[in-house]
Design a protein around this ligand. Structure first.
Ligand code: ADP
Length: 414
């Protein structure tokens, strides 16, 4: 049933985690309501969506029900099933964005890298690894260490194993499913751009963000990235090329490496050392991305509103930032799973310019993403300074990052 007779439109979303929750929050002011499909009863999106269908992301009956109730379909998790989405797109005459074909390409990290390379987009050196001899060949070609990756199903670094010597080859047996290997990129910093494709080929990009990871999990995003204008411009060009390759409307999180010559050159074996400040694409997410959470308070349009605008065929919003902004993830700082009782959120709320986003997860688990906080810069001070250029920008983000980390450390679990 379409909601054509009501004054609201319905967006069906496969997945109802924190991304679904923030999508629902952004959709409401546009008069768009969400129905989400998620296996966890009372999932994070559930309290803010109109309804939740409880079912796995590839549950046929669940996806059909979702399609029958929605005017538009999208997904907030790569575990959605592209075949099923294609089938319901025809059967229920509902548009799915981004294109399920794009999802299929992205789901397999090897196919994703091949597609990028074929389109002339710079990526780390890589090769398919089906057995030990392929891994040996990768080591021969790239030198130690190489990054061994499961082609499918990895997230937050799960499924990635650095191989530093032949002793690590057994890692191949521990990855379930097919694998690939990449040169180990020595990067100056990890950066990302949230890009968006709208109707009629319109594209937009948010400014370059800088991502600080620990244990391969994103901890903080600093915007603008503390790098040169040239690198930021180069990153934008690369991202425009990536967007041109992708089909389907919506927001894409595009993770990049800014390379570092000094450290690459110290690696005696393997291929040619890379130059400083090259941009390589690490991976694409066909959905709003953790590194774009800063846009909620920090940009004129949030990535979530932008995604809703794009998939429902509305005009895109402006992507300028309001001020330098830093976001810090609040992860489960516990050793084992237990009911989530956070303390310290008041300290964040008491800080001028800080906002908190709780994801509504009932259980805290080790390193689970439980929420995030955002600290925005002082806009008045910025207007007085020279826009966002030079030293003002540098100092501002340093202070914001220090504040964000301090506030984040206040939040713990009882
Ligand atoms: P996931 O899909 O689990 O997020 P990624 O492939 O994005 O995995 O890798 C997670 C992190 O691992 C990256 O953010 C980066 O820190 C590191 N990483 C991934 N690939 C490479 C590489 N080729 N060289 C060096 N570090 C890498």
């Amino acid at each position: 049933m379409s909601s054509a007779m009501s004054d609201t439109e319905t967006l069906g979303v496969v997945g109802g985690g924190q991304l679904g929750r923030m999508l629902a929050e952004a959709a409401a002011p546009l008069g768009v309501e969400l129905v989400v499909l998620d296996p966890t009863p009372d999932c994070p999106a559930s309290p803010v969506a109109r309804d939740q269908i409880v079912g796995s992301f590839d549950d046929e009956a669940g996806v059909r029900e979702l399609a029958s109730r929605a005017d538009y379909l999208t997904y907030e998790i790569e575990l959605a099933d592209p075949d099923l989405l294609e089938a319901v797109e025809e059967e229920y005459d509902v548009t799915v964005n981004p294109d399920p074909e794009t999802l299929r390409m992205i789901q397999d990290k090897l196919v994703q890298k091949q597609s990028l390379r074929d389109a002339g987009v710079p990526v780390p050196e890589f090769r398919q690894v089906d057995d030990r001899s392929d891994l040996e060949a990768a080591v021969e070609e790239f030198g130690y260490p190489v990054m061994l990756k499961a082609r499918e199903g990895g997230y937050d670094g799960r499924g990635n194993v650095p191989v530093e010597s032949a002793d690590d080859f057994d890692a191949l047996d521990e990855l379930d499913g097919p694998a690939m290997a990449e040169e180990f990129v020595e990067f100056e910093r990890e950066v990302s751009i949230i890009g968006v494709k709208g109707a009629d080929g319109e594209t937009a990009t948010f400014p370059l963000g800088e991502n600080v990871h620990r244990e391969e999990i994103l901890r903080e995003t600093v915007v603008p990235a503390r790098t040169s204008e040239d690198v930021a411009e180069r990153a934008r060009e690369v991202v425009e090329d990536v967007l041109a390759l992708l089909s389907g409307r919506g927001v894409y999180g595009i993770e990049l490496f800014e390379t570092c010559e000094a450290r690459s050159a110290s690696d005696a074996s393997g291929g040619e050392p890379r130059a400083d400040g090259e941009i390589l694409v690490n991976e694409i997410a066909p959905r709003p991305h953790n590194s774009g959470h800063y846009t909620i308070e920090g940009a004129l349009t949030s990535q979530f509103e932008q995604h809703v605008r794009a998939v429902t065929g509305r005009p895109l919003g402006a992507t300028d930032i309001r001020s330098p902004t830093v976001t810090a993830n609040v992860l489960g700082d516990v050793d084992e799973t237990r009911p989530a009782n956070p303390v310290g959120i008041e300290s964040v709320l008491a800080h001028p310019g800080a906002s908190f986003h709780w994801y509504g997860k009932h259980e805290v688990r080790p390193l689970r993403k439980m929420g995030h906080l955002t600290v925005v810069g002082d806009c008045e001070a910025l207007r007085d300074s020279d826009g966002l250029a030079g030293d003002a920008r540098e100092t501002d983000t340093e202070e914001l990052l220090a504040d964000a980390r301090e506030l984040r450390d206040e939040v713990t679990f009882e």
